[in-house]
Write a protein that binds this ligand. Sequence first.
Ligand code: ACO
Ligand code: ZN
Length: 401
Amino acid sequence: DGKYHPVKVIERRKLQSTEPSDYEYYVHYTECKISVLPRKILEIDVSFFYNNDIEMIVNRRLDEWVKLEQLDLDSVETVVDEKVEDKVASLKMTRHQKRKIDETHVEVGHEELDAASLREHEEFTKVKNIATIELGRYEIETWYFSPFPPEYNDSLKLFFCEFCLNFMKRKEQLQRHMRKCDLKHPPGDEIYRSGTLSMFEVDGKKNKVYGQNLCYLAKLFLDHKTLYYDVDLFLFYVLCECDDRGCHMVGYFSKEKHSEESYNLACILTLPPYQRKGYGKFLIAFSYELSKKEGKVGTPERPLSDLGLLSYRGYWTRVLLDILKKHKGNISIKELSDMTAIKAEDILTTLQSLELIQYRKGQHVICADPKVLDRHLKAAGRGGLEVDVSKLIWTPYKEQS
Ligand code: ACO
Ligand code: ZN
């Protein structure tokens, strides 16, 4: 935006030039308030987040290589590395997430992601490796590091087959691949079709390579989420826009086959060219429709990213307030949860953040003044694409013996 913003220099690399002292610098924008970050995520109202959610937003999406002349050298400070430990205290993770982040030693037993592994994660992932990818008709700038096998790490760009998600270092390899790849849609069962939109359910155990490829791809846009999946344990729900050339992936979410923590979604991604069109809310709505069919309540795996939280908050607000608006008489959190498959805690925090829970005559009540509800609904953004439940043909996962 033409202004200077504080950065931390994380890495430097030599430029191939005649000047021996020519370097490029990899910088991290240190301003925590995402509302002030200029380019890619505008208009985010930070008051919307809880305090500990803000802690989670270690936003590294804007990290990039810059030239010396882009830096204001008069304002340079040398800083001693801040203590990661403090941050970690609030960054509780489940064993499961810890296991996924810690790909090298699969050690479970610590409830929290300890300072050492967080530092290790940040150290290991501090510089983006792959800068762009080609996928179908799009060339996409990546956001974060992803742990591709070492032989891919010297390439700045990777070429993905949009159907089987195999990736290659050179365009010619992809062209050769496309001539013999016979997939035209994700492997697995088509469980939803409405107009040009289709959803495919892919079992990570039956389609291991596809599942792994999808994780490598997704990690380029997810930061503190996953480094590596034990894909056997997951189902992948891949949303596609279909035409006569095939089914083109727009996004996906993954779901554990069995979750002790009642997670109904592990990771969610809308590919950047398709973002902000309502697909994120569609995927979220879809995950709750699956929970309803299972007769369970669900919640997304934590931590949520900034964009993940915004999308969830928008979804929860809309679904809950739509019910409150129509409902006559009393309604409890439990009833709301039964109707929506949204976990009670998420209902409570959503209503609390909207200041709709009041303490009256010794008990907590939901305030449902229609004018207030309408104001919040307006602020919650667009509804997103609707899931037409009559088009969903699905039975919950059962282990095959
Ligand atoms: N700036 C401001 N608000 C945004 C932005 C943005 N760039 N992107 C999304 N939002 C908010 C808006 O409130 C939007 O609603 P609105 O358009 O009605 O105002 C709402 O989020 C959702 O918009 P959708 O179009 O339905 O969602 P989208 O298809 O863009 O997908 C998603 C949202 C999946 C979070 C996407 O941003 C993404 O893939 N991000 C990268 C990966 C990620 O962070 N995933 C979540 C991690 S947490 C987890 O996996 C459990
Ligand atoms: Zn292919």
